[in-house]
Design a protein around this ligand. Structure first.
Ligand SMILES: Cc1ncc(COP(=O)(O)O)c(C=O)c1O
Length: 429
């Protein structure tokens, strides 16, 4: 064992890992870790992440992956059992785990979405949705300003952020981005006959900075799509599977999309998996030719065992309701802490269920807060399309002690931030 591999040498292990990243992975990641003296993650369970320097952090990050907690025993047992029996597929023969997973997921999906194609990432689920659109004659693609749908070439065409798009142009043609939350703008962009159009949006923009649209917006989008014969797809990669306190955001306004995307916590944070659900009508071209859209690792039995188990865990542990209740307590608690400590640095605290965002006056202060939170023992994520917004995506089943720890840590971090960025003195005070 080399010196740097010894478990009692956390600094040496970090230095060696950073060197390997610098040499063989994206050097920028190595630079950030060194500059900020970030620890290495070593293991996870439930809501906790353990680092190689022996800290135990509360995990409100993972880009929303750990809704059921990390390594949930039921999901882990299902994955282990399947892993030992058969991890991947022959791609010729059918298997039972895939059939069960598809049945379980479509059972809890919004009505009408009876078909599903499984893939390995959210972006791939978006690619599948775009191909469903094209196969149905939808050549005009519309998504929302500030929306995030991943970074493969098709998904990136729909992800409206120049900094990620510009180096890779030309992207897909005939893509339009319309303002989020503005139904009239969508109607204008669609025109009177949108039978050649496909609309993709997130019900709540997550990477866009946890933007919750006005109530009724989603229903109005559905209505305008139906009136103009546009195909409607909801990207619920982040908002789905219970995170907002409902199985799907679609269900909050009884919206029936043609296509719906799931990912992130779909496998309980154990195996990379995502899904594109669809109506039978929209899926018809894929039904007709089973080789039209395939990939070697699609619907891998080991991932399918996880999907089926996760649906079961969310149901038996009542996690949808618990996510709504936890978010209902956390949102006012975070607002109160911010109001007490850093009202001059925060423009808004918002969210739904356990998708919560704190918007700072600028991205620099938000980054400082993220590091203060890490010092206070909490992992969160920034927002890729909105740098001033720090996002909290805790598991739905935090214990009361973890919930209390989270709020106390936010107060500690806010207090530290206020010391470095004090409120300007008021005249006459
Ligand atoms: C709403 C939404 N769609 C799609 C994606 C892309 O998913 P992935 O990063 O798994 O490709 C993300 C990722 O953050 C997302 O938030």
């Amino acid at each position: 064992m080399s010196e740097s591999d010894r478990p009692d040498q956390p600094r040496a292990r970090r230095a060696a890992t950073v060197d390997r990243y610098r040499a063989h992975l994206a050097a920028g990641q190595a630079r950030v870790t060194t500059m900020l003296q970030l620890p290495l993650e070593e293991s996870m369970s439930g809501a906790l992440v353990r680092t190689t320097d022996g800290r135990e952090l509360l995990n409100c990050g993972g880009y929303g992956t750990f809704f059921v907690g990390a390594g949930h025993p039921t999901v882990l047992a299902a994955v282990r059992e399947q892993l030992e029996r058969q991890a991947l597929s022959t791609r010729l023969l059918l298997n039972e785990p895939t059939a069960y997973a598809a049945e379980a997921l479509t059972r809890v999906a919004p009505p009408g979405l009876t078909k599903v194609h499984f893939s390995c990432s959210g972006a791939e689920a978006v690619e599948t949705a775009i191909k469903i659109a094209r196969a149905n004659g939808r050549t005009r693609l519309l998504s929302m300003v500030g929306g995030y749908h991943g970074k493969t070439m098709g998904a990136l065409s729909m992800t409206a952020r120049a900094v990620y798009q510009d180096p890779f142009r030309p992207l897909l043609p005939h893509v339009t981005h319309v303002p989020f939350g503005d139904v009239a703008a969508l109607a204008d962009a669609l025109g009177p006959d949108a039978s050649d159009a496909f609309v993709l949006l997130e019900p709540v923009q997550s990477e866009g900075g946890v933007l919750v649209p006005p109530e009724g917006y989603l229903k109005a989008v559905e209505t305008v799509c139906r009136e103009r014969s546009a195909m409607l797809a909801l990207d619920e990669v982040m908002t789905g599977m219970g995170r907002l306190g409902s199985w799907w955001a679609a269900g909050r306004e009884d919206v029936r999309p043609d296509v719906l995307l799931a990912g992130k916590c779909l496998s309980g944070g154990l195996v990379p998996v995502a899904a594109t659900l669809s109506t039978a009508a929209a899926f018809a071209p894929f039904d007709a030719d089973p080789y039209l859209h395939t990939s070697t690792f699609s619907a891998a039995p080991v991932a399918m065992a996880a999907v089926r188990a996760v649906v079961g865990v969310i149901e038996t542990e009542d996690l949808v309701r618990r996510a709504g209740e936890l978010g209902g307590r956390l949102l006012p608690a975070l607002r109160a802490v911010v109001a007490d400590t850093v009202p001059h640095l925060v423009t808004e605290v918002r969210g739904l269920g356990v998708l919560l965002g704190v918007e700072f006056v600028d991205g620099h202060v938000a980054a400082e807060f993220l590091l203060d939170l890490l010092d206070a023992g909490i992992v969160v994520n920034h927002s890729m399309n909105a740098l001033p917004v720090v996002r909290f995506t805790p598991p739905a089943a935090l214990t009361p002690a973890e919930e209390d720890r989270l709020v106390r840590a936010v107060r500690t971090a806010c207090t530290a931030l206020a010391e470095r960025f004090p409120a300007p003195a008021r005249a006459g005070v």
